[in-house]
Design a protein around this ligand. Structure first.
Ligand SMILES: Cc1cc2nc3c(=O)[nH]c(=O)nc-3n(C[C@H](O)[C@H](O)[C@H](O)COP(=O)(O)OP(=O)(O)OC[C@H]3O[C@@H](n4cnc5c(N)ncnc54)[C@H](O)[C@@H]3O)c2cc1C
Length: 389
């Protein structure tokens, strides 16, 4: 009988947990270490909601991966017996007519070309169907009924419970300190509490902490802080689908996006923008400019929300790569070490397919995504890495 492979996974965010389950399913002996509880409050994967969409402009690859993930999210709802994913639709509006080259135009073109039933909208239709919007400012766009949002913390808790049930050893409150290496190979890690974990392979799935834990990566990936603001609305149903689905407001140019209200009236707004470079362990505070900036946007686009009470803020971290693509590969100079990071602010939606992508990289299996996520040299890209809208 073939010897069982073993792996030590560092980090229990969505990269670490999905990889753990998939490798366990493939017969690997799997241990995961995580400094906090799972899900841990500072992880990017821990939040009330994440957008799940197939709309990726003209990029065939992300579009196909988004579609595959959407189908799997429905399966996860069945498998978990919970609503981890809400198919509330994804509303994509533009402040100008949709034009070639624009995120809205290219998404609409590629998806309708593939037979997706998108509903084209103009200001009149927006005013009728989505009354919260300042419709006169959004003359064009569409609704993609096959999109929505995932309850990310709930998903993380479910993945952890499943992983444990499937035989993954999940060690909470255990932080990576350094790699254990012989002359020729990485053989495990030493934790801050002195424990040593040895395995055939070590997978660093440490998100925005990765370039800090492995500084040789800091030229190709870095941590950026992104503000998230939670407002309270008095009448939640008014701010829920179908009148108020997941939305993107001229996102190709502005980065603004947000979510329907939760049952308790919490309404999340965020911006998929350049963010600011941070150290992952520095205090997680939004900057003083953020609230006024968000309120200016709300006043302009959702006037009824402009003065809504602010009930929570969060500085969440992207692990940005220079090209916006994930980093899933063996370390070329350090055998035994594998990296799964570089989410660039858009990986959670792919949770149902991430495990396979990472497990294939660990096993060195050929995969259409292989080239895009392989170890690569930095190329000069525009600004803070290319934002995969
Ligand atoms: C503001 C914001 C909004 C986002 N919105 C969306 C969205 O709408 N849709 C979408 O698809 N994606 C979205 N994302 C991206 C998504 O959240 C990430 O792509 C994904 O969660 C990254 O997962 P990860 O496992 O790489 O990182 P994380 O979830 O951060 O996990 C890394 C783990 O490593 C652990 N770790 C750190 N140091 C150590 C150590 N020394 N030892 C052991 N473990 C360690 C951490 O505690 C953490 O649990 C958003 C991200 C942010 C920041």
């Amino acid at each position: 009988m073939a010897a069982t492979h073993s792996i030590l996974i560092v980090g229990a965010g969505v990269f670490g947990l999905t990889a753990a389950r998939e490798l366990r399913r493939r017969g690997w002996d799997v241990t995961v270490i995580e400094p906090g509880p799972v899900p841990t409050p500072t992880a990017a994967s821990t939040d009330i909601s994440k957008v799940v969409r197939m709309d990726y402009g003209a990029d065939d690859f992300w579009t196909a991966l988004g579609k595959k993930s959407l189908a799997r999210w429905a399966e996860w709802n069945m498998e978990s017996g919970q609503t981890l994913f809400h198919k509330d639709g994804f509303l994509v509006l533009s402040r100008e007519a949709m034009r070639p080259g624009g995120f809205e135009f290219e998404s609409f073109k590629i998806l309708t070309g593939q037979g997706e039933k998108l509903q084209r909208l103009d200001s009149v239709a927006v005013a009728q169907r989505f009354p919260a919007w300042a419709a006169d400012k959004y003359p064009a766009g569409y609704l993609n009924p096959t999109g929505g949002w995932a309850e990310s913390s709930k998903t993380g808790a479910w993945l952890a419970a499943r992983a444990r049930r499937e035989g993954v050893r999940l060690c909470e409150h255990c932080a990576f300190e350094r790699l254990l290496e012989t002359e020729s190979r990485v053989i495990g890690v030493r934790a801050k509490d002195g424990r040593e974990f040895r395995a055939e392979f070590t997978l660093l799935a440490t998100g925005a902490w990765t370039p800090t834990l492995l500084p040789e990566l800091s030229g190709v990936m870095w941590a950026t802080g992104q503000p998230v603001l939670h407002f309270r609305v008095a009448n939640p149903t008014q701010w829920q689908a179908p009148h108020f689905p997941v939305w993107a407001a001229d996102i190709g140019r502005t980065g603004w996006y947000g979510f329907p209200a939760l049952a308790d009236g919490t309404l999340k707004v965020a911006n998929h923008g350049p963010g600011r470079r941070v150290h992952p362990d520095e205090p997680r505070e939004i900057s003083p400019q953020d609230e006024p900036r968000f309120r200016d946007f709300l006043r302009d686009t959702f006037p009824a929300l402009a003065d809504a009470p602010l009930i929570g803020t969060r500085l969440c971290l992207y692990c940005d790569t220079f090209d916006g693509n994930f980093w899933l590969d063996h370390h070329p100079q350090r055998p035994g070490l594998v990296i799964a990071a570089g989410d660039s602010g858009h990986a959670f939606k792919f949770a149902p397919v991430l495990g396979e992508l990472i497990a294939d990289a660990v096993e060195g299996k050929e995969h259409p995504a292989r080239k895009r996520f392989a170890w690569r040299e930095p190329k000069v890209m525009g600004g803070e890495g290319a934002r995969a809208r």
